[in-house]
Ligand binder design. Structure first.
Ligand SMILES: NC(=O)c1ccc[n+]([C@@H]2O[C@H](COP(=O)([O-])OP(=O)(O)OC[C@H]3O[C@@H](n4cnc5c(N)ncnc54)[C@H](O)[C@@H]3O)[C@@H](O)[C@H]2O)c1
Length: 283
């Protein structure tokens, strides 16, 4: 990447939930574009490995063990980050507890509480400390992690859906609170992304997930990271409170692929007249 593309040179970016998957890829992407990166997760060993891989490529990274739902641990983590780097410019709140799928009445209350603790409380606590740090250095940008499940709902995942929908609400409210103080806060809502969850589920589930998107493929962690970096960069300077789908068109609506005939283009080259009307249909 050349110097012009180093959007985060001299900046500090924090990724909560950075030990694997989308979080690790986003931490690497921030580092590739010049940021000093603060990595948070519960497993010290796992984030140490991601931080080491960033340093081996010439980047700067600090790994701090913290549970996002633990207020004191998160305050300590932010204090350590500020002590080391002196500022915070971008933050990505990505940690989640998805829980085991079950219909609502079968979901146990402890599992519901655990999911809320990481998703809602964790995002709330993360933003509190990140906003305080960003106000100190005159501004910054936060991206939160939701999901298409928080936009449309998904069966069997009521706690996860409520948590992700709540993160969208938290994002919008916080964006309004700080819109005139130089802090932009947005949320990304991915569709099916190929991480270890889908890898472990096997080829058949991966194919079903891919076919559930209008683009008929899974997203990559790099595609999510690219969107997060863009949202947190100066290139998105007039965007706050937005929900950005990264979902191959999943939340755009219903794709009527069954009655659209590409093989019979009109003289105008396409459009509504390409809709195939059954022989017995309206005259
Ligand atoms: N993979 C997908 O298809 C997909 C789709 C939509 C949204 N998402 C969201 O993207 C995010 C990352 O997904 P992923 O597939 O990379 O999952 P993942 O399980 O690989 O990543 C979650 C990260 O959060 C960390 N984490 C979990 N609980 C934590 C806690 N209490 N404190 C600190 N860190 C904690 C984990 O250690 C891990 O680093 C999640 O929020 C998920 O809901 C994923």
């Amino acid at each position: 990447m050349n110097a012009l593309e180093q959007r985060y040179s001299g900046k500090v970016a924090l990724v909560a939930g950075a030990s694997k998957g989308i979080g690790a890829a986003t931490a690497r992407a921030f580092a590739n574009e010049g940021a000093s990166v603060v990595l948070l997760a519960r497993s010290k060993q796992a984030i140490d490995e991601v931080a080491l891989s960033i340093r081996e490529r010439g980047g700067e990274a600090l790994a701090i063990q913290a549970d996002v739902g633990d207020e004191r641990a998160m305050k300590r983590a932010l204090d350590s980050a500020l002590e080391r780097y002196g500022r915070l410019d971008a933050a990505f709140n990505n940690a989640t507890d998805g829980g085991m799928p079950a219909p609502l009445a079968d979901l146990d209350i402890e599992a519901f509480d655990r999911s809320m603790r990481t998703n809602i409380r964790g995002t709330f606590i993360g933003m509190r400390h990140q906003i305080a740090a960003m106000l100190h250095n005159g501004g910054g940008a936060i991206a939160n992690m939701a999901s298409v499940a928080g936009v449309n709902g998904t069966s069997g995942l009521s706690a996860y859906v409520a948590g992700k929908a709540g993160i969208i609400g938290l994002t919008k409210a916080a964006a309004l609170d700080y819109a005139d103080q130089g802090i932009r806060i947005n949320v990304v809502a991915p569709g099916p992304i190929l991480t270890h969850h889908l890898e472990a589920a096997g080829a058949q589930v991966q194919q079903q997930a891919a076919l559930s998107t209008p683009m008929r493929r899974l997203g990559t962690v790099e595609e999510v990271a690219a969107a997060v970096l863009w949202l947190c960069s100066e290139q998105a300077s007039y965007i706050t409170g937005a929900v950005l789908p990264i979902d191959g068109g999943m939340t755009a609506g219903t794709k009527l692929s069954m009655n659209y005939r590409r093989d019979q283009p009109t003289s105008a080259g396409g459009g509504l007249t390409d809709l195939a009307v059954p022989a017995s249909g309206p005259s």
